[in-house]
Design a protein around this ligand. Structure first.
Ligand SMILES: [Zn+2]
Ligand SMILES: [Zn+2]
Length: 631
């Protein structure tokens, strides 16, 4: 027992105060006795306050906790006992006892404080308001008391091994949202919770489940509360809130017990669904210019962001993240912490962002902010930064993609006849559409008949014109996304047309019967374009698993004599590669035939430069419609 709770200490009080305090220590002391001690306590000089502690220690005797029967009948004496304890706890927490001011005192008080807190917390819904502890004291002042007396919390077995303590922390966290009416109060409460979370060991799977229990029972409750920590009304506590979530998001430091990976993924997905990402970025954006911002916190922010964006189908979250100010935050971070933040920012500029700029909705979001970001990047002090070149390269790419999106809006609806033997290009409104699938178009009835029979559409009516490959199949893209990816391919094709046909000739020299595919790999920046024989490509294994739909594409491509080309786009969905076949069309076989003929007549020891010149000559002779058009 700590000597600070010894009744003898009361004798050191001035004598009138001593008598008041002593009266409150008697078995039959009244609420008024205790209230008188309370007012003395509040007016006492700081050094004397602790002398009143024995009164509170006696008052919180756990033997006085009402039983279930007592509560049932709720006799006046029970009401008094509960009120007495409520008052005592409130007074105790006002004493601001800390581990440094009174080492070891926390351990003496814990067996008195916790049983009462536990009781109040269990009964909070049943006790009349007049006698129950307010939530502020019950949850947040109590957590302050714990943080102050048990440091570091994770090593304080007395507290952490107490059954129900972590469930209680979850409840306190859930109570936060009810504190918002007063922003000042809310900020203090957020601090109490965040400190406890930060100091406790909640990555331990058992502890984590207890926390969830308190938070409301489901993982999504915990995710909602996590997102709430980044509520703008939580004021200046951004770094603290971030640090208490870092272990849950990133994994436990050192060799501490950690969550099961699948449970963590589930938690992270829930965070995304509760708008954690835009909230985080908005807070980063507001934080980066403040005096408290330091490179370490900003690096942690980017690390967390990166982790949350590393998952399947994360491209869905980018528009909101970009609109919340990601690019602006990155420019500010580059300016304020040159050098220190370069690695984090560079990873977004050269890796994460280029990868998702194949998605229409991401590029339209970038479109909205590009002008203002470009303006910042062209300021003098920016151009002197080491990271300026990466910015410049990123902005060029962004501008190009934004341009494509804009062109898409007023692109004419050209269609190529789906009778691959014909392939005539014309305005969509002049085409005849297959009523079976609504996605194949023909010049006229004759072409439709040919494709139905010889072309094999009879067997394929209903299949999509943009085929998702293998594991991509559960990932559907909207019309705009597909349209944009086609435009992207079209653009890359035009830029690299010489190289593509040169590669075609090279493959054909080695294997004159090869059916060709062109792979546009957008998991790299800039895009990597390679031509392969379908029997021998990096994705042949995937293609072989595709069955009839792919076989149909191949047979159509074969009988089209180059009017339909098997172009495949490879993009990242956040973690995995996704592949789509986007057959591109021309209305003539002129280039195709010329390249084949060139390849057939080429000796195996051909000169690279000669080949390139020959291809250039073929392309120069071709006009636009001999080359690929968007289908
Ligand atoms: Zn036709
Ligand atoms: Zn059809």
């Amino acid at each position: 027992m700590h000597r600070a709770v010894d009744v003898k200490n009361l004798q050191r009080l001035p004598s009138p105060h001593f008598r008041v305090a002593l009266a409150a220590c008697k078995d039959n002391s009244s609420l008024d006795d205790l209230r008188r001690v309370g007012s003395l306590l509040d007016n006492a000089p700081a050094s004397q306050k602790i002398l009143y502690l024995p009164v509170l220690y006696l008052a919180l005797d756990p033997a006085r906790i009402p039983t279930a029967e007592d509560l049932e009948s709720l006799q006046p004496c029970t009401v008094i006992r509960v009120t007495y304890a409520s008052l005592s706890l409130a007074m105790l927490f006002r004493l601001w006892i800390t581990k440094s001011s009174h080492p070891g005192l926390g351990s003496t008080l814990w067996p008195r404080v916790w049983p009462w807190i536990h009781f109040m917390h269990e009964q909070v819904e049943y006790l009349p308001d007049s006698i129950a502890l307010t939530e502020i004291i019950l949850y947040f002042r109590f957590l302050d008391f714990v943080s102050a007396n048990f440091k570091p919390l994770r090593d304080s077995l007395l507290v952490t091994s107490t059954p129900g303590f972590r469930v209680f922390v979850g409840k306190a966290w859930a109570a936060l949202s009810r504190m918002k009416s007063s922003p000042e109060q809310f900020e203090i409460c957020v601090q109490s919770v965040a400190l406890t979370l930060w100091e406790g060991d909640f990555t331990d799977p058992v502890h984590f489940m207890e926390l969830i229990d308190g938070a409301g029972g489901g993982l999504q409750d915990l995710a909602r509360l996590s997102a709430e920590l980044f509520d703008p009304t939580a004021g200046q506590l951004f770094t603290l809130c971030l640090s208490c979530l870092v272990p849950l998001i990133m994994g436990a430091p050192d060799e501490r017990p950690d969550l099961d990976p699948s449970l963590r993924e589930e938690y992270l997905e829930m965070l995304r669904q509760h708008d954690f990402l835009p909230s985080l970025v908005a807070r980063m954006d507001a934080f980066v210019d403040t005096a408290e911002a330091d490179s370490e916190s900003m690096t942690a922010c980017f690390t967390v962001l990166k982790r949350l964006l590393h998952a399947p189908r994360t491209y869905r979250w980018f528009p909101s993240v970009i609109r919340a100010g990601l690019l602006h935050t990155m420019t500010r971070a580059s300016l304020r912490f040159p050098g220190d933040l370069d690695d984090s920012v560079r990873y977004f500029l050269t890796n994460i962002l280029p990868e998702v700029m194949v998605y229409y909705h991401v590029v339209t979001a970038i479109d909205e902010v590009l002008d203002s970001v470009t303006k910042v990047c062209h300021r003098k002090e920016f151009e002197a930064l080491a990271i300026f070149d990466d910015w410049s390269e990123f902005l060029d790419l962004a501008e190009m993609r934004v341009e494509l999106v804009r062109e898409l809006a007023d692109a004419s609806a050209l269609k190529a006849c789906d009778n691959v033997e014909c392939g005539e290009l014309q305005d969509r409104s002049h085409c005849r559409r297959c009523s079976g699938c609504n996605s194949f178009y023909y010049c006229n009835r004759k072409c439709q008949m040919v494709d139905w029979g010889r072309g094999g559409h009879r067997n394929q009516c209903n299949s999509s014109t943009m085929l998702a490959l293998a594991d991509t199949r559960n990932c559907t893209l909207g019309f705009r996304e597909r349209q944009f990816m086609r435009a992207l391919l079209q653009y890359a094709y035009r830029q690299e047309v010489d190289s593509i046909y040169r590669q075609q000739a090279e493959v054909l020299v080695a294997d004159p019967d090869a059916v060709l595919l062109t792979l546009f790999d957008y998991t790299w920046s800039p895009v990597q374009i390679t031509v392969h024989s379908i029997a021998n490509s990096p994705i042949t294994e995937t293609l072989d698993k595709m069955g009839v739909e792919w076989a149909d594409f191949v047979s159509r491509a074969e009988c089209s004599r180059g009017r339909m080309q098997l172009h495949i786009i490879q993009v990242s969905d956040g973690i995995n590669s996704r592949l789509w076949v986007i057959p591109l069309r021309t209305s003539s076989s002129k280039v195709h035939d010329a390249v084949r003929e060139l390849a057939l007549n080429l000796s195996t020891d051909y000169d690279n430069e000669d080949l390139a010149n020959e291809i250039s000559a073929i392309l120069e002779e071709a006009d636009n419609s001999d080359l690929v058009e968007i289908h």
